[in-house]
Design a protein around this ligand. Structure first.
Ligand code: GLN
Length: 543
């Protein structure tokens, strides 16, 4: 630990001008750079919405729900944090305005504020600050990202809390980093600083003076432009950083370090750290920019295709599987509903692998089942995730075991053959939020299986987020017909992985392996799926 005064340091990352500038990636990259310099870090995301957690939100509204080991349903930025750093995210690493208000109101009802009028300042802000402090145990630096854009009404209590925080922990222990936009205006051929000036003014109105500006831009900022931003925003010129658009998010740590960000941070916070070693990032970027084995085409048959972020971790995990095979992964998003209604328009045979991801509800199910049938019958590598496993079991039951009405009771409560069903304890739950099998569970693997071969271990931990399970009433019947149960819970009661013999690679899991994949440690199942897809490409080419 090189933190000279043994005090936890806090970096607050805010965003200005507009959303989607990549605040989460910026926070994650700062975390990674500090880790590469030998510091122990953690991250925290403050989300201004009123939902207690994002678990009940549609992925089309807010992107995917990311699940942690301890079963928290969190913002997708926590996925970036875990993919970019070694910090383990837990329930406490994501807090929403809803959760803060919920805690305060619960305390008020318990009588903990007896005598006082409960108010935003100090009660809500105190609750936020105590949460930030709680995260900072046992680390050198906490990087705390404030969701939303400066100027929103919603994020005000969070910004007020981080303003006050400076006085609580002293200025030398705190740094405010503001991510902003410097747009390039084509008609005048110029980069414009006004949105940045206004956004910093907004921050200063509420009493926060940023120490560092990360200026998102398509063109490198000239010294002259940096001087101008520095003058108008009262930020030292060296701390006005070009945050260039990059082809791939994994280039961001390298790009920010190119501007000397670590030096700026550690000198402002008064800590010493070694120069960051970015060799691993350089290797990742090298493979991604020029994969030795060309590209493969993977079809993902899903339904939340309207928003790219709906399948964020999945997209990244496929790319990671490509990194371990030194191949570029071309992801083709196929709409499950259109595939059902108009199968002739999609030629599934042209893909090297087919993946059916997780999801909820009936829409698109029949299209997913058709895609799986095609993969099974045509020897195309297939990977099913959670709902994808449910569909694989339904497809096998209907078309191989001839249980023509087989279904999941999620989509067909009265099916005569509920091959996927609720466990008795799930039937009694009435709350929707947080009522699933959530978080990390142990899974035991059968030797001589694709799963065991991929993991190289008998016991693995994987993250879950679902209500429905394989129905054991059908286990013997399906096994006799050729479905292999290669992963089970320790007591053998829950089916965690199914696969097929006599197929190049057909595997589906009840869990979400995508949440445990990172560019430095690609998940073994994604690595194996992409490897078998590469083999299919080779076989096609040789024909
Ligand atoms: N909808 C299914 C369930 O609740 C699958 C969920 C998922 O794919 N994450 O069990």
């Amino acid at each position: 630990m090189k933190n000279t005064n043994n005090k936890v340091k806090y970096i607050f990352v805010t965003g200005g001008v507009l959303s989607s500038l990549g605040k989460g990636i910026a926070a994650a990259s700062i975390g990674s750079l500090l880790e590469c310099s030998g510091l122990k870090i953690t991250l925290l995301k403050l989300d201004p919405y009123i939902n207690v957690d994002p678990g009940t939100m549609s992925p089309l509204q807010h992107g995917e729900v990311y699940v942690t080991d301890d079963g928290a349903e969190t913002d997708l930025d926590l996925g970036h944090y875990e993919r970019f750093t070694n910090a383990t995210m837990r329930k406490i690493n994501n807090v929403t305005a809803g959760k803060i208000y919920h805690n305060v109101i619960t305390k008020e009802r318990r009588g903990e504020y007896l005598g006082s009028t409960v108010q935003v300042i100090p009660h809500i802000t105190d609750e936020i600050k105590s949460h930030i402090r709680q995260v900072g145990k046992d680390v050198d630096v906490v990087i705390c990202e404030v969701g939303g854009t400066v100027g929103d009404i919603e994020s005000l209590p969070f910004l007020e809390a981080i303003r006050q925080f400076r006085f609580d922990v002293k200025s030398k222990n705190i740094l405010y980093i503001h991510l902003t936009l410097v747009p390039y205006i084509k008609t005048s051929g110029e980069l414009k600083t006004k949105p940045t000036q206004h956004s910093v003014q907004k921050l200063r109105e509420i009493g926060i003076q940023p120490d560092v500006l990360l200026c998102r831009t398509e063109e490198k900022l000239s010294t002259q432009l940096k001087n101008k931003i520095s003058l108008f925003c009262s930020v030292e010129v060296d701390s006005v950083i070009t945050a260039m658009d990059v082809k791939n998010i994994y280039e961001v740590p390298i790009s920010l370090e190119g501007e000397g960000l670590v030096d700026i941070i550690i000198s402002k916070l008064g800590i010493s750290a070694k120069k960051p070693n970015l060799d691993s990032w350089k290797r990742v970027v090298q493979v991604l920019s020029k994969p030795k084995s060309g590209e493969i085409d993977i079809a993902v048959v899903g339904k939340y295709l309207g928003l790219q972020d709906s399948y964020k971790s999945l997209t990244e995990a496929l790319i990671h599987g490509g990194i371990s095979n030194d191949v570029g992964v071309n992801i083709n998003w196929l709409d499950a509903e259109s595939l059902d209604q108009d199968p002739a328009t999609t030629d599934l045979s042209r893909y090297h692998g087919i993946l059916v991801p997780g999801g909820f509800g009936e829409r698109g199910i029949e299209g997913k089942i058709k895609a799986i049938k095609h993969a099974r019958e045509n020897q195309i590598p297939f990977f099913g995730i959670c709902l994808g496993m449910h569909c694989a079991v339904i497809e096998f039951s209907r078309n191989v075991v001839q249980l023509h009405m087989a279904n999941s009771s999620e989509f067909s409560p009265n099916t005569p053959d509920p091959v996927i069903d609720l466990l008795p304890d799930q039937n009694n739950k009435s709350d929707k939020g947080g009522s699933m099998r959530l978080g990390e569970y142990l899974c035991q693997l059968r030797k001589n299986s694709n799963a065991f071969e991929a993991y190289g271990a008998r016991e693995v931990y994987e993250r879950h987020r679902h209500r429905y399970e394989f129905n054991n009433r059908y286990r013997i019947q399906l096994e006799e017909a050729g479905l292999k149960f290669s992963g089970l819970s320790p007591n053998g009661n829950l089916v965690e992985i199914v696969e097929l013999e006599n197929h190049p690679w057909f595997l589906a899991g009840q869990f979400h392996p995508e949440f445990k994949s990172s560019p430095m440690k690609p998940h073994p199942l994604f690595t194996a799926f992409i490897a078998s897809s590469c083999l299919r490409r080779k076989n096609i080419q040789e024909k």
